[in-house]
Structure formats: C-alpha cells, structure tokens
Write a protein that binds this ligand. Structure first.
Ligand SMILES: [Zn+2]
Length: 230
C-alpha cells in the first residue's frame, strides 16, 4: 500500500504538533473551565450581549449537545453553543462563546477570508471524498491525469485549511477585544481566556500543517516534485 512508504516521515512534525495541540487544548480548557468570571455572565449572556452590540438581534443562540461542539452556522445564521459553554460562567466558556459570535460578526461584516472559506466548502467536501480514491485509481491504472486531478482536489482541501487560519485568529481577536474592552472580564481573567483561545488556534495550525505536508508527500509520491523517472 503506497500509504506506508518512506515519505510518511514527512508527516511526523504534523503528527507531533497535532498530539501536542490536542493535549494543550484539553488541559487548558479543563483548567480554565473551573475558573468562574467575577461578573457572572454565562456563555449565552455574553453571546447575546456581543450579538446585540453588533446589531445582530435576529441571530439566535441555540443550546446544543456535545463537548465543545460550539460553532456558528453561516447558512442558518445561528450561534450554537454546547451546554457546557451556554450555561457556564467560566472564563473558558466565555472565550468560546465570544469566539463563535466573532464568526457571526465576520459573516455580517463580509469579512473576506470567511467568505472565501464558505464559498469553497462544497469543493472541499467533494475533494475529501474522492481525492484519495482518484489518486489510488490513477496509480493502479497508470493514469497521470487521474493522479493530477486527485492532487488538485487535495490542494483545494489544503487551501481550505490555510484560509481557515485567519478566520479563526480573527474571531479570537474580536473575542478578546470585546471581553476586555467592555469589561466583561478583568485583565487577569482575560489572560486565562487568551490561553484557551490560543490553544484552540494551535489545533487549526496543526491541521493546516498536516494538510500541507500531506500535499508535499502526494506530490513526491506522484513524481510531480523531482524523482520522476520517465
Ligand atoms: Zn472558530
């Protein structure tokens, strides 16, 4: 199986970073989810406050199942908060809630990286299903054009992961700005919240690195980058 070849070593940095990021977000979130904010607003309170502050009165907040399943859904314009964030007054929960609302504000203000990201979602969804099967088929059939098509689709996934980075960093920046600027959190509380958001950002960096290195590896295997003996 060509998935288990020497080029696998290329992925090692991304594997290590992914494991580290996962450990970091779990421990940081766990630590700061035990620290209640002095003001006592819940994640839902904070989300509503920031939405209203930005004139987004018509964007509802829904309470959903799952651990850290929090997200903003741009299609239905809904902020969905997990129960552990929605009902919690912890500085970790407030950071997550404010971050998700940050995406709603990005959407409303036409923030370009979010627009690009949402636009290419259908392509990356197709790509994630068929890029690797196409590559395999291309190798089996000895068809360079199938291999190239598979790589092109995979490159779309890589681009998606990369454009996700500014979207995520910007949402966290917006969250910190409003939590501190509007005195929802004190400065020392905000420091804890920042650590949670930075740890979350690291998981996106790890995912992007993994995607980039996978692409490098696929290019090496396919011979597009050097070593083509034709
Ligand atoms: Zn986000």
């Amino acid at each position: 199986m060509f998935f288990w070849d020497p080029t696998m070593v290329i992925l090692i940095p991304a594997v290590i970073l992914s494991l580290y990021a996962q450990m970091k977000i779990n421990s940081t979130y766990h630590q700061y989810s035990q620290v209640g904010s002095r003001k006592g607003m819940t994640g839902a309170d904070v989300a509503r406050y920031i939405l209203n502050k930005n004139g987004l009165y018509d964007v509802p907040i829904e309470r959903v199942q799952g651990h850290l399943s929090d997200h903003y859904d741009p299609r239905s314009r809904v902020v969905r908060l997990s129960a552990g964030v929605h009902d919690s007054t912890s500085i970790a929960a407030l950071g997550v809630a404010a971050h998700e609302v940050g995406h709603a504000v990005q959407h409303d203000s036409g923030y370009m990286p979010l627009y690009i990201r949402n636009t290419i979602i259908p392509i990356t969804q197709i790509g994630s299903y068929i890029s690797i099967p196409l590559l395999l088929l291309g190798f089996l059939m000895g068809s360079p054009s199938l291999v190239e098509l598979g790589i092109l689709l995979f490159a779309g996934i890589v681009f998606f992961q990369l454009v996700t980075l500014p979207v995520e960093f910007n949402a966290s920046r917006r969250a910190v700005a409003v939590l501190g600027g509007d005195a929802i959190l004190t400065q020392d509380e905000l420091n804890g919240t920042k650590k949670v958001l930075q740890a979350a950002a690291l998981t996106y960096v790890a995912a992007a690195l993994m995607a980039v290195l996978q692409l490098v590896r696929l290019l090496l295997i396919s011979g597009v980058l050097g070593g083509r003996d034709d």
